[in-house]
Write a protein that binds this ligand. Structure first.
Ligand code: APR
Length: 249
């Protein structure tokens, strides 16, 4: 991909860069996005019908099994070149903040540090009642495993529809959006709040908005640059253009 010369020149001088990623960044690792249709046993359900506290209380085993299968899948897939390019950005820009809506842990496995997980992490499990994290649990027991301390049902440590985001994560993300010079919105449909408002918060403070997506989103017409295509291709190419000597791309 040929990048606009002006974009490269400005990025080479950039100090504070913030990136927000969505499910599109993990799509090339083989993980479905939220707007992809579900398959197999889960085809009959929409994520919105499973990823809620009410759905969990109504049928704990169904929701637990859906996440257990996704946890197992997230463990078996590998980070893709887009994840590794973002990790390189973290090493290269003086102040780089990576915010993700993804719960698959792939950014950390690719080497990104201090990842802000707005929606939690599917690899972590906590008690539905007391909130204590669980160190170990029986993954495929006939019953949903219970908290060793209070006996409550265990659940994935992710943010469900209708639940508040982790306060510190959100505050840090808003601060990173407001103070950056460049804001990348990558592989996200920009449909779910409050993550979707971060790009606008950055834009209102004068940041340059760069969107990378297969297709336009509600942000596209407000973005300064729209790089259309696969993040797993565009991000490494962008990093190689910025840092040709890099050996890790
Ligand atoms: N490269 C770049 N973009 C891609 C790719 C790819 N290879 N594949 C898909 N996309 C784009 C799609 O065009 C879409 O805009 O990624 C976006 C995925 O959008 P969603 O499935 O809505 O995922 P996301 O934006 O992360 O959803 C946000 O919604 O369901 C909730 O909590 C859940 O974190 C999730 C949030």
């Amino acid at each position: 991909m040929q990048f606009p010369t002006e974009l490269i020149a400005r990025l080479q001088k950039a100090e504070r860069v913030t990136a927000l990623t969505g499910a599109g960044v993990s799509q090339e690792s083989g993980l479905r996005t939220f707007r992809d249709s579900q398959t197999g046993l889960w085809a009959q359900y929409r994520p919105e019908d499973l990823a809620t506290p009410e759905a969990f209380l109504r049928n704990p085993k169904l929701v637990w099994d859906w996440y257990a299968e996704r946890r197992q899948r997230a463990d078996t897939v590998q980070p893709n070149a887009g994840h590794y390019a973002l990790a390189e950005m973290g090493r290269r820009f003086p102040k780089f903040t990576l915010i993700t809506q993804n719960v698959d842990g792939l950014h950390q496995r690719a080497g990104s540090k201090d990842v802000i997980e707005l929606h939690g992490n599917i690899l972590r499990v906590k008690c539905f009642d007391c909130g204590r994290p669980a160190e170990t649990w029986a993954e495929s027991a006939p019953e949903v495993p219970r908290c060793a301390v209070c006996g409550g049902l265990l659940r994935p440590d992710v943010v469900w529809f209708g639940e508040a985001l982790p306060r510190l994560a959100l505050e840090t993300a808003v601060e990173a959006a407001r103070t950056c010079q460049f804001f990348f919105s990558i592989g996200t449909s920009g449909l779910v709040q409050p993550a979707a408002s971060l790009a606008f918060a950055a834009r209102n403070r004068g940041a340059v908005i760069v969107e990378i997506n297969l297709e336009p989103t509600p942000l596209t017409e407000r973005a300064d640059y729209f790089l259309q295509g696969k993040s797993g291709e565009i991000l490494p190419e962008l990093a190689r253009t910025l840092w040709p000597e890099s050996k890790r791309l």
